[in-house]
Write a protein that binds this ligand. Structure first.
Ligand SMILES: [Fe+2]
Length: 363
């Protein structure tokens, strides 16, 4: 497929603007077949970036993301073309385009997807002092192939009429026999659950995780859900007593952004941040065949910075890379203690996690 044409549902968004460009303190790792770029080359390249256009393939799809790209253009003079699509479609597209791809940056959500793109060789390792500073080590790839931009928490939602929220303090509590017939889970193929299970394998070991999965599967009361929002609605309606979702879905319902009915339903839910909580990310990396890698790094640096990161997090009711932000809806949920597990390690375990889920009845 020619790179200038997009299938239905995929579209480019251009962000215009111009300004002076700074000097990039960035360089590439000299790994494999990818050449290292020296600091002087990087600086010369940075000066030439104003007026450059970069392509962003993004698995995120929030209107406010585009406002951030426009801010970036106003600051740097680097224009941004965005193609938003489902993660899988983006990976397929990048693979089929190869060297002809117009994408310089790939944005994906969840460790499982970042790991898949890494395994397929779609990222180019890069090094940046700003990214080392702004992105905590456990939220970025050790080889610089991707960097976290926002944090999302997999939390427990409880219907207090059916289950006492105080009885849920850890993910392990979801396997207690007291919850028989009360638990709702999203299906195995959800990367969010694969990453959650991978995090438990890392923290608690395979045997304890297997027992936990079996206990939860024995408690499940409804067919496994295909997405988080219907699951949250089912808990609110009392069809389940308890479930597991990313909190931005509940925040979105509470915001009234969807229907008034969803807002009413969400008001009935109690969000429980278990201790410690599994934290996942939205993340981005420079594509293997990026034509403007230095400009691409500058965009990722902007999105990971406190300014850009805040906007990126707010767009989807996620948390910034550090601290809890000041989103009033998220504040209602309280704070969480992150388990601190490396997202890279989680990504590398998601295949084993999926197998464990499958062989222990997680549909
Ligand atoms: Fe999501």
């Amino acid at each position: 497929m020619p790179s200038s044409r997009f299938p239905l549902g995929l579209f480019w968004l251009a962000a215009a603007g111009s300004a002076a460009v700074g000097v990039a303190a960035t360089a590439f790792f000299g790994t494999g077949t990818l050449p290292a770029i020296s600091q002087s080359q990087a600086n010369a390249s940075a000066i030439a970036q104003a007026g450059t256009t970069i392509g962003v393939y993004s698995g995120r799809h929030y209107n406010t993301d585009k406002a951030l790209y426009r801010q970036f253009t106003a600051r740097t003079g680097i224009k941004v073309n965005v193609l938003e699509a489902k993660d899988d479609a983006l990976l397929e597209r990048l693979k089929s385009e190869g060297k002809n791809s117009p994408a310089d940056v790939l944005v994906l959500v969840d460790a499982a997807r970042l790991d898949a793109a890494t395994d397929q060789g779609l990222f180019r390792p890069v090094r940046s002092a700003a990214l080392q500073r702004d992105v905590p080590a456990n939220l970025r790839d050790s080889q610089g192939r991707w960097y976290g931009l926002t944090r999302r928490v997999r939390a427990v939602v409880v219907n207090p009429k059916l289950v006492n929220p105080a009885t849920i303090r850890t993910y392990a509590d979801l396997a207690k026999p007291a919850l028989k017939g009360k638990l709702c889970l999203r299906e195995r193929k959800s990367p969010y659950n694969q990453s959650l299970v991978a995090s438990q394998m890392i923290l608690r070991g395979d045997a304890a995780t297997r027992t936990w999965i079996r206990g939860m599967v024995a408690n499940v009361s409804q067919p496994f859900f295909t997405s988080d929002t219907p699951l949250a609605r089912a808990v609110a309606r009392g069809e389940c007593g308890v479930g597991v979702v990313n909190t931005y879905y509940v925040a979105r319902m509470l915001s009234g952004e969807g229907s008034a009915q969803d807002k009413q339903l969400a008001e009935k839910l109690k969000v429980v941040y278990v201790n410690p909580s599994h934290v996942n990310i939205s993340g981005a990396g420079v594509t293997r065949h990026a034509r403007n890698p230095q400009a691409a790094i500058k965009l990722i640096e902007f999105l990971a910075s406190p300014t850009g990161g805040r906007g990126y997090a707010e767009a989807n009711n996620e948390y910034p890379l550090k601290g809890f932000g000041d989103n009033p809806i998220l504040k209602r949920f309280g704070t969480f203690r992150a388990d601190g597990v490396s997202v890279e390690q989680i990504g590398s375990k998601t295949r084993a996690a999926t197998q464990m889920m499958e062989s222990n009845g997680w549909k």
